[in-house]
Write a protein that binds this ligand. Structure first.
Ligand SMILES: Cc1cc2nc3c(=O)[nH]c(=O)nc-3n(C[C@H](O)[C@H](O)[C@H](O)COP(=O)(O)OP(=O)(O)OC[C@H]3O[C@@H](n4cnc5c(N)ncnc54)[C@H](O)[C@@H]3O)c2cc1C
Length: 391
């Protein structure tokens, strides 16, 4: 077993850290206060090759592995969780599914613009009446000559207004079906711009479809295979949300630890009061455990192993840890932690959604527990979790 990053992965991590510290962290509080989507940062990311880091070079990407991409999301999210989720949705939900489920022509047509950052991708599954219950979507794909007409209301679409390409799900005669469409197609408009608790530098919009023509060539995989596409996309996407959670928690921990070393009460640094010291110990331990689960899931994906349950475990643990760690970070700062003068207030709000999007914590527990039952049915003598992590 080797816990060291490869040379290439370490290089990406260093570049991501430098980028995040230089172009993202100093401005994050302003973007949060103004709820501003920082478009120029994504142009800079395109120049840095970050918009398609784990996309094969033949499609305009950086050809790096998924773990490298996870390191990038973690570092960006440490600086600004909204920037982290924007890139995560663009990559794992807007770009990678076209590579996973598209034919050669679709990959060549859609992916290079996304990988080079000339367009931002988005993923439109959720609707006002359904989120977790993906099979209940009501958007319609009516078959017409040469393609489909799409109609429906997609809610809370990350990157919506900023995106150029959308992976969208609608119900055709054969069942839920996936399509890749341009956001400039006639019939597409934007509804409500979500006013959120956190990740305020990310834009989250309703997308309305009225008789949008989607040619047959824009259908991803077969008619009726849309849920397979959606769930396969989320298997990888959840590893990105886990990385986002680890990044937010790391930022909160570092700030709280530094503050605790400086702030004195009753004649000594608060870090020397055991109550605070033990909080820091718990926070750091949770972050390191979350990071290991996240990297393990990314590594499994890179090995071509099934990674749905590993991603669910990583997302569940990391998002809960991020909420606990940011909660404690506010507590370590006392009254200052509640004020916008310190970033822990923002981290606390940003962490909350990691337990909600790309499948709530409850849905992750469903995914994990179904895996346990499946393993038991196959081999009543041994449940996966009882065996060593790898092998
Ligand atoms: C900021 C933000 C950005 C988002 N971005 C996108 C995006 O880009 N694209 C997109 O398609 N969607 C997006 N979403 C939607 C998100 O994925 C859904 O909100 C999420 O999947 C939960 O769905 P829901 O909100 O409809 O909750 P519901 O499905 O109504 O669930 C409500 C509660 O019931 C629980 N619950 C539901 N079913 C079960 C069950 N079977 N067992 C136990 N508990 C259950 C849930 O865990 C939750 O606690 C975004 C959401 C937010 C908040």
């Amino acid at each position: 077993m080797d816990f060291a990053l490869s040379h290439g992965q370490q290089e990406i991590k260093d570049r991501a850290t430098e980028f995040a510290d230089r172009y993202v962290a100093p401005y994050a509080a302003d973007w949060d206060r103004e709820a501003r989507f920082p478009a120029p940062v994504f142009e800079k990311m395109a120049e840095a090759g970050f918009m398609g880091l784990c996309v094969p070079e033949e499609y305009g990407g950086g050809g790096m592995d998924f773990l490298s991409y996870v390191l990038l999301i973690e570092e960006l999210s440490r600086a600004d969780a909204g920037v982290g989720v924007t890139l995560a949705v663009h990559t794992s939900a807007g770009t990678l599914p076209i590579l996973m489920y598209g034919d050669k022509e679709q990959k060549s047509r859609f992916v290079p613009d996304l990988a080079r950052g000339e367009k931002i991708g988005c993923f439109a599954l959720t609707e006002p009446q359904t989120g977790s219950d993906t099979a209940a979507i009501e958007a319609r794909a009516e078959k017409v000559d040469g393609g489909y007409r799409l109609s429906g209301h997609k809610q809370w679409i990350t990157n919506g207004r900023a995106a150029g390409t959308m992976l969208v799900f609608a119900r055709a005669e054969g069942g839920v079906t996936a399509f890749v469409v341009g956001l400039d197609e006639p019939g597409i408009s934007f509804g409500k711009h979500a006013e959120k608790m956190g990740v305020l530098s990310a834009t989250t919009d309703d997308v309305l479809l009225e008789d949008v023509f989607a040619p047959d060539g824009s259908r991803l995989d077969e008619e009726g295979k849309g849920l397979k596409v959606a769930l396969g996309t989320l298997d990888a996407g959840r590893i990105g949300v886990a990385a986002q959670a680890v990044g937010i928690a790391e930022a909160a921990f570092r700030y709280a630890a530094s503050y605790a070393a400086e702030r004195t009460t009753f004649g000594k640094a608060i870090a020397e009061h055991q109550a605070i010291a033990f909080k820091l110990a718990e926070m750091q331990t949770k972050i390191r455990a979350a990071r290991l689960l996240t990297y393990e899931a990314a590594w499994m994906k890179d090995q071509g192993m099934p990674h749905g349950e590993a991603g669910a475990r990583a997302k569940l643990f990391a998002s809960v840890a991020a909420n606990e760690v940011t909660y404690e970070a506010v507590q370590v700062l006392g009254g200052q932690g509640y004020m916008k003068d310190h970033p822990v207030e923002r981290y606390y709000r940003d962490a909350r959604v990691t337990e909600i999007y790309e499948g709530t914590s409850e849905i992750q527990r469903l995914v994990i527990s179904r895996g346990i039952m499946r393993d038991l049915a196959q081999d009543p003598g041994g449940v996966q979790g009882a065996r060593p992590v790898v092998g």
